[in-house]
Design a protein around this ligand. Structure first.
Ligand SMILES: Cc1cc2nc3c(=O)[nH]c(=O)nc-3n(C[C@H](O)[C@H](O)[C@H](O)COP(=O)(O)O)c2cc1C
Ligand code: SF4
Ligand code: SF4
Length: 251
């Protein structure tokens, strides 16, 4: 059996989950292929099943995952998919909307899941909420259980579409998702801290950062996804949302 794991990770939590899944699949003697959508654009067609992972951004999947799926051609034959989200508080409509667009490509979501993860937005505003800095308890066990269930479904050749349900949490989260999705917060540079190392430029998944004529990073807000990878990856805490520098970053 061969399973492709397709994902976007702004700051690293989704990537961590994907790595745990891939490691466990290899323990089960299943071969894997990891596809970070901001680096590779192609879906391997020789796989028996597919896993799609995304962070939740304002109750929805991250745009790079949506763009990756939208440009796919419809598969000739239906294949099973597991969709999952990594989220800080509430998955919103993420899995449901991911499953809907995958369905049109003949990728049938047979199960979906979610893992509470460090909140890449919350940690920048609410530094004293400990919960925002960690994964859910026993996340590795949760991942293994999901993989066992998914592998069983694939072995049984299931392509029975199981549409992720609308939850009360997703409905309650709608105003936050609506207003949050419309707001683009400004990322500030603290020039006194910046060492002009270029790491933020290299790390930006959509190439929204360039160096200005003085060698300082300059963010094109039109292109910026607000994934906050640049803030979390900066080795000198020289980027922040508010006027204050951030205290901690997710490693
Ligand atoms: C712009 C932005 C919006 C977010 N919106 C939500 C949200 O609506 N619900 C939620 O539970 N988490 C939200 N989060 C938190 C992320 O979904 C969570 O931290 C996720 O694990 C990040 O994954 P990553 O480290 O792979 O980027 C948001 C994070 C960012 C940066
Ligand atoms: S990663 Fe930080 S220190 Fe390096 S250039 Fe960017 S803002 Fe400056
Ligand atoms: S500039 Fe925007 S898109 Fe690029 S890493 Fe920073 S927050 Fe993400």
């Amino acid at each position: 059996m061969r399973i492709a794991l397709i994902y976007f990770s702004g700051v690293g939590s989704t990537k961590h989950i994907i790595s745990s899944m891939a490691n466990y699949l290899r323990e089960l003697d299943i071969s894997t292929e990891k596809i970070p959508v901001d680096r590779y654009g192609k879906l391997p067609l020789n796989c028996d099943a597919y896993i799609f992972g995304t962070p939740v951004y304002h109750g929805e999947p991250a745009k790079p995952v949506l763009s990756f799926i939208q440009q796919l051609s419809k598969l000739d034959e239906a294949k099973p998919a597991l969709v999952f989200s990594s989220y800080g508080l509430c998955k919103g409509f993420t899995n449901r909307h991911l499953a809907e667009i995958l369905y049109d490509k003949n990728l049938k979501t047979v199960m979906n899941s979610g893992y509470r993860s460090p909140a890449s937005d919350g940690t920048l505003f609410l530094q004293n909420v400990k919960r925002f800095f960690s994964f859910e308890k026993n996340v590795e066990d949760h991942i293994k259980k999901d993989i066992d269930n998914f592998v069983d479904l694939v072995n049984n050749e299931s392509t029975l579409y199981s549409k992720p349900r609308i939850t009360i949490g997703a409905v309650l989260n709608m105003p936050n998702a609506y207003f949050g999705g419309k707001t683009k917060l400004k990322i500030r540079l603290h020039e006194d801290k910046c060492i002009k190392c270029n790491l933020c430029v290299k790390n930006c998944p959509v190439k929204a950062i360039t160096m200005d004529e003085r060698g300082y990073p300059c963010i094109n807000r039109e292109d910026c996804l607000n994934c906050y990878r640049c803030i979390h990856k900066c080795p000198k805490l020289a980027l922040s949302l508010g006027k204050k520098e951030i205290l901690k970053v997710i490693k």
